[in-house]
Design a protein around this ligand. Structure first.
Ligand code: FAD
Ligand code: NAD
Length: 367
């Protein structure tokens, strides 16, 4: 048979199927890609409507169904990576046989470029808020039980609040609850809580509103966004992190990932730019980590230090950078991350190129 279909660009279209057992219904997504993992799938269940978005390279595959029967709010998601298959296992409320899965809702079974999908939000409760510095706080939000969402390393989410009839939305980068997590017993189950280090600007639009929330209040959290690829860290020997102010936040998960999951790693150095000593986020934890892990080193640089400060001073400069960016071995495989105020990141990228680092060796975190 002759077809006149034009070859489509991008990955080939996924498909789905479903089957049931006495007490469960399993939706199976065949992604036709082996690059997916649990971070690639975001699932939200609201009453009887199920929304499952799978990110496949730069595309998004959506399952959006009004289920034919009631299910329990807890469900599980499994990914069989080497087959590229995702299982969403729903628990029936009643052990009866389903004749059909349900009816299609908006954009069900579509496969479109990620950039063309809007942001999808779910409401999360504020669980705790702790002071970290004089103006920066650690916020803990809890995902609804009926959501599966994991934020990939180096990705951010958008937080949304309604304020006097308008909605304000700003991006924030989730962090782990600490840099030294294995020093203490985990007290909360993983993946249900998202932590953020957020600086409150008294005259800012969003952060004073966020700071006004009471424990138990809700804030809307989007699905993850970003373009960082952990595969860039594969086989890296020297990792250099340049952070300014809250530009430290993406470095937290990059650092944790590198120290735990990159066997080739010899050295990680963080150069952390702040105005004063009081502005340094998690200084004590960073210093403990230097002590605990011989591969990790840190340099604080202050732009407005007190007269007692004996460490590095000033802002980004060629001299500071070339002294800092010493490799542990000649010709070692290197990767650099940079994040902070836009002029800082732009200037840093320019200086790194001047120092002969190539574009593939640098990731700049930008909007
Ligand atoms: P804004 O209203 O944006 O004001 C911030 C400050 O700038 C105030 O002091 C204000 O007076 C001043 N200002 C505003 N407009 C102007 C202007 N035109 N000229 C001069 N000054 C002005 N922040 C974090 O704390 N933690 C994070 O994890 C984090 N992650 C981010 C991830 C990404 C991808 C990006 C792009 C940003 C991230 N940010 C993060 C920054 C965050 O999104 C907000 O920009 C920040 O919280 C300020 O928001 P705001 O609405 O409270 O302040
Ligand atoms: P800040 O004003 O306290 O500055 C921290 C340091 O940055 C300063 O000490 C200085 O060394 C350097 N710096 C500041 N302005 C500079 C400039 N114009 N040129 C060169 N260097 C400069 O920082 P903050 O208030 O914590 O702001 C952090 C910034 O990081 C925000 O703009 C935020 O949007 C951004 N950020 C971006 C991401 C992302 O992923 N894109 C994530 C987190 C934060």
């Amino acid at each position: 048979q002759v077809t006149d279909a034009l070859p489509r660009e991008g990955p080939s279209s996924p498909s789905y199927d479903w089957f049931q057992r006495e007490s469960s219904v399993t939706i199976v997504i065949y992604t036709k890609q082996k690059t997916i993992n649990l971070d690639s799938v975001v699932v939200d269940l609201h009453d009887d409507s199920l929304r499952a978005e799978t990110i496949i390279k730069d595309h998004s595959y959506l399952i959006h169904i009004g289920l034919s029967h009631e299910v329990q709010e807890n469900f599980s998601v499994r990914v069989i990576e080497n087959v590229g298959k995702v299982d969403i296992v729903l628990q029936k409320r009643e052990n009866i046989s389903w004749k059909c899965l349900g009816h299609p809702l908006e954009k069900h079974d579509t496969f479109i470029p990620k950039k063309d999908t809007g942001l999808y939000y779910r409401k999360c409760q504020l669980i705790s808020k702790e002071d970290v510095t004089h103006d920066t706080k650690l916020f803990c939000l809890m995902l609804p039980p009926s959501t599966h969402l994991q934020v990939p390393v180096g990705y951010h989410v958008y937080l949304k609040l309604g304020v006097t009839g308008a909605e304000i939305v700003k991006p924030y980068t989730p962090v782990s609850d600490s840099l030294l997590s294995d020093f203490k017993e985990p007290v909360l189950p993983p993946n249900k809580y998202i932590y953020f280090l957020i600086k409150i600007y008294p005259d800012g639009l969003f952060t004073p509103e966020l700071d006004r929330l009471q424990i138990g209040d809700c804030v809307s959290v989007s699905s993850p966004e970003g373009n960082f690829k952990v595969s860039k860290l594969r086989e890296v020997e020297d990792l250099f992190l340049l952070a300014a102010g809250t530009g430290f936040t993406p470095m937290v998960n990059v650092l944790n990932y590198a120290l735990t999951s990159v066997p080739s790693l010899r050295k990680v150095k963080l150069m952390f730019f702040n105005k004063t000593e009081d502005d340094i986020i998690w200084r004590c934890q960073l210093e403990k980590l230097v002590f605990k892990d011989k591969r990790f080193d840190i340099e604080f640089v202050l732009s407005a230090p007190s007269s007692e400060w004996s460490g590095k001073q000033g802002r980004l400069s060629p001299a500071l950078l070339s002294e800092f960016l010493q490799r542990s071995l000649e010709n070692s495989r290197v990767f650099l991350c940079i994040c902070g105020p836009t002029p800082f990141t732009d200037e840093g990228m320019r200086l790194l190129h001047d120092l002969n680092f190539s574009t593939v060796e640098i990731h700049g975190f930008t909007a």
